[in-house]
Every structure is written in structure tokens, then in C-alpha cells.
Design a protein. Structure first.
Length: 121
């Protein structure tokens, strides 16, 4: 399942339908590793946000992804607090550092280019 395209990979694959071309490295990546943000993807999203009527489907997808990202981040924050309340500073499952590992993991945003482009909107 790790090698299958993620939801974000599938969305990025739709850009070509709207004559927005992304470098092949953004579309054909090693999916077994974490997604790494690309400046080209952020530029593509800027184009979408610059003309939301023309790219309405992509714009709506972006906003739906941001809703998912927001709710996921909220869940992560709650999860960290619950783990800290229940376990304190004990080691986590799988040998992790527990709460410290969860905090570090929560710094990694899902759909990173959608977050970073907001600074310029």
C-alpha cells in the first residue's frame, strides 16, 4: 500500500488536465518515503488560487485538502495531549521517545505547499 499514490499524488496528477504541468519528479516520486514539498507544486497552486474561476475544480480540491489538513492537525494536537496525560514522559510504542516524538512528527504538515502558499496570498 505504501507504493500506491496518495490522495495528494492523485490530486497533483489532475493538474495536467488544466494545462498546468508539473515536473515528472513531482509526479513520479518514490512513494515509500515521505512526501517532500516542491517549489514547482507551490507555483502551480498559486496559479490555481490566482484564477479560482478558471481552475474551480482544483481550487475546490485545494480547499477540501486544507479542511482535511486542519482536522488532522487538530487531531494530532489532541492526541499529543491525551498521550502526555496518560503516559507522561514514558517511552512510546516502537521504542520512540513518546510525546517528544509525537510533537516532532506533528511539525510535518500534510499538503505542505497549500500551507506555504498562504503566506503570499
Amino acid at each position: 500500500a505504501l507504493a500506491e499514490p496518495s490522495v495528494y499524488d492523485a490530486v497533483l496528477g489532475q493538474f495536467a488536465r488544466y494545462d498546468i504541468h508539473l515536473p515528472s519528479g513531482c509526479l513520479r516520486r518514490d512513494r515509500t518515503g515521505p512526501y517532500e514539498p516542491h517549489a514547482e507544486v507551490e507555483l502551480a497552486w498559486r496559479r490555481v488560487y490566482g484564477d479560482p474561476r478558471r481552475y474551480e475544480v482544483l481550487y475546490r480540491l485545494a480547499e477540501a485538502l486544507m479542511d482535511v489538513a486542519y482536522e488532522f492537525a487538530r487531531w494530532q494536537s489532541t492526541h499529543i495531549l491525551v498521550v502526555e496525560r496518560v503516559l507522561g514522559a514514558k517511552r512510546g510504542t516502537g521504542g520512540t521517545t513518546g510525546v517528544a516524538w509525537l510533537r516532532k512528527a506533528s511539525e510535518r504538515r500534510v499538503f505542505p505547499e497549500l500551507w506555504s502558499l498562504r503566506a503570499g496570498l
